[in-house]
Design a protein around this ligand. Structure first.
Ligand code: 3PY
Ligand code: MG
Length: 255
């Protein structure tokens, strides 16, 4: 791989805005990369990609020059390992609410001695130009693992989760975080509970030398993350881009 990895860019202090693939359309993913997003998250939890969609969109990221990130389906650790084997530079795991969840995640996604990820990196060795010994040494540091903090329980456990060896960072889900804090009363990514969750995650990541990251439904939220030292913010889905583009075109053409 000629370009610096996502891991290297983040560890060097770069702030990265990532796009978001919900539609599982490789052409849309490639277009988002061409527009300048240097990373794109393929959402396999609430987006429409299954395994084949994930595969096609990882390749589309490569074609468009963006780092592929995969949000795995909730609790599907086998899928996470397959996404890493396919070429995800980072995996985002939804609903990591406890130390036990974090250990389960690490077990599936990290090679020994950190975890128990099973060996099968044929494509990865090719992409990174490494032989098996080099990949066994480097794989755990070239591919990132993020634990999603998106419930009250997860916020309470954020410090413990950030302290787990093999977890590279925490990733906030503001919609679920506000839903959990309000006991189902509201979904408001800009809610005070989300800002408090951001502070807790920023402090936990700082204490353990990990990366604070998150999803931003609005530009205001992206700014709030950035002000707190978050380094990777996912925003702007393909679905939203199509809807907003269509709305703007209607306004323009209807005079
Ligand atoms: C949330 O806001 O809950 C998310 O999972 C972001 O996609
Ligand atoms: Mg969520």
């Amino acid at each position: 791989m000629g370009k610096p990895s996502l891991a290297a860019r983040l560890k060097a202090g770069e702030f990265i805005l990532s796009g978001w693939s919900q539609l599982s359309d490789p052409l849309a993913t490639e277009a988002i990369a061409a527009a300048g997003f240097s990373a794109i998250c393929i959402d396999c939890q609430h987006g429409y990609a299954g395994y084949e969609g994930m595969k096609a969109n990882v390749l589309a990221c490569a074609a468009g020059g963006a780092a592929p990130i995969v949000r795995m389906p909730h609790g599907d650790y086998a899928f996470a390992a397959r996404a890493l084997d396919m070429g995800a530079e980072a995996v985002i795991a939804p609903m990591i609410n406890s130390l036990e969840d974090a250990h389960r995640l690490v077990e599936a996604t990290r090679y020994p001695p950190v975890g128990e990820r099973s060996w099968g990196p044929a494509r990865m060795m090719h992409v990174w130009g490494m032989d098996k010994d080099a990949w066994a040494r480097e794989g755990n540091t070239l591919q990132l693992v993020f634990a999603m903090i998106e419930t009250e329980a997860a916020v309470a456990a954020a410090d413990a989760i950030a302290g787990v060896d093999g977890v590279d960072g925490l990733f906030i889900g503001p919609a679920d975080m506000s839903l959990s804090a309000s006991r189902g009363g509201l979904v408001d990514p800009d809610a005070a509970s989300v800002l408090a969750g951001m502070d807790a995650v920023a402090a936990a990541c700082k204490a353990h030398g990990k990366l604070a990251t998150g999803y931003a439904q609005t530009p205001k939220l992206a700014d709030a993350y950035r002000a707190r030292g978050f380094r990777l913010v996912c925003c702007g889905s393909d679905y939203g881009f199509v809807r907003e583009g269509a709305r703007a075109a209607l306004e323009k053409f209807s005079g």
